[in-house]
Write a protein that binds this ligand. Structure first.
Ligand SMILES: Nc1ncnc2c1ncn2[C@@H]1O[C@H](COP(=O)(O)OP(=O)(O)OP(=O)(O)O)[C@@H](O)[C@H]1O
Ligand SMILES: [Mg+2]
Length: 253
């Protein structure tokens, strides 16, 4: 069985004079959480945007689940199985959790009168509950989204990934605005997501937390991946060195 969830080959991205990515090659594995770290401006978000089809590379190629991306638009990426979770989740605050999970892909009942379609709220609530349970989130799907904490909102977004079977999930600093408790909620949900078989890319600046949640960490520096380490073997100090490019003896001073 092929367990490669995505592979990016020699990705280069220029913005005018700026070389945001200078030849990035990396692949991800189903069920694996890949931490992505690097200094500000290292190219992490640019890489995430290319993988999620928000923009195309200047050169290089991306395969998702063995299918080569050609047009680089969000629809192409989504149908190939890529889901994206941003820092701020755009929920419809006056709708229920369940309606938010199904937003845009509602389940409709068979039309009874004059071909009028009605949403099957009961079935959606049941499925939403299952998806929330799969990521270990204890939220009533009938609750209004505005009643949720930031962490619960992110967890709802993670549950949506499970429900729609997005197999590559890109998370660009999903916890940057959250409290410690809420960050933990999101990490728990991400564990559930990876256990369901998804390959999760998680960009973050909190190195101890990235080391704790990820199986593997890739380090970006100035538009390149300079290291790819096993999270269980790496230390925060090591990551800092790799991020800055400063040699150990210089760091010690
Ligand atoms: N739309 C854009 N137009 C011009 N330059 C851009 C654009 N997006 C990113 N850049 C530049 O590309 C480089 C990489 O930026 P990117 O946002 O990918 O970094 P990052 O690693 O996500 O940083 P941070 O940790 O601050 O989020 C930076 O020099 C940035 O200024
Ligand atoms: Mg960024």
């Amino acid at each position: 069985m092929n367990d490669t969830a995505f592979s990016a080959t020699e990705i280069v991205k220029h913005y005018g004079e700026i070389e945001a990515l200078r030849g990035v090659s990396v692949s991800g594995v189903y069920g694996q959480i890949m931490g992505i770290v690097g200094d500000n401006g290292a190219g992490k978000s640019t890489f995430c945007r290319i993988l999620s089809g928000a923009e195309g590379p200047t050169s290089g190629s991306v395969e998702i689940g063995g299918t080569k991306m050609t047009t680089f638009n969000p629809r192409e990426a989504a149908s190939a199985g890529v889901g994206t979770i941003y820092q701020n989740i755009p929920l419809a605050l006056h709708s229920s959790v369940s309606d938010n999970i199904f937003m845009g892909q509602e389940i409709v009942k068979r039309p009874m009168f004059f071909g009028i379609h009605r949403m099957d709220r009961r079935l959606m609530a049941v499925k939403a509950k299952d998806a929330l349970a799969a990521v270990g989130v204890d939220v009533d799907p009938r609750r209004q989204a505005r009643a949720l904490s930031g962490g619960q909102r992110q967890a709802v977004a993670v549950a949506r990934m499970v429900l729609f079977q997005q197999r590559v999930v890109v998370m660009d600093e999903p916890t940057a605005a959250l409290s410690v408790d809420n960050r933990k909620r999101v990490y728990d949900a991400v564990h559930g997501l990876a256990s369901s078989g998804a390959c999760v890319l998680m960009v973050g600046h909190n190195l101890p937390e990235i080391l704790a949640i990820a199986h593997r960490v890739v380090i970006f520096r100035q538009g390149r991946i300079v290291a790819d380490v096993d999270a269980g073997q790496a230390s925060e100090h090591q990551l800092l060195q790799l991020m800055s490019g400063v040699k150990p003896q210089e760091m010690a001073r």
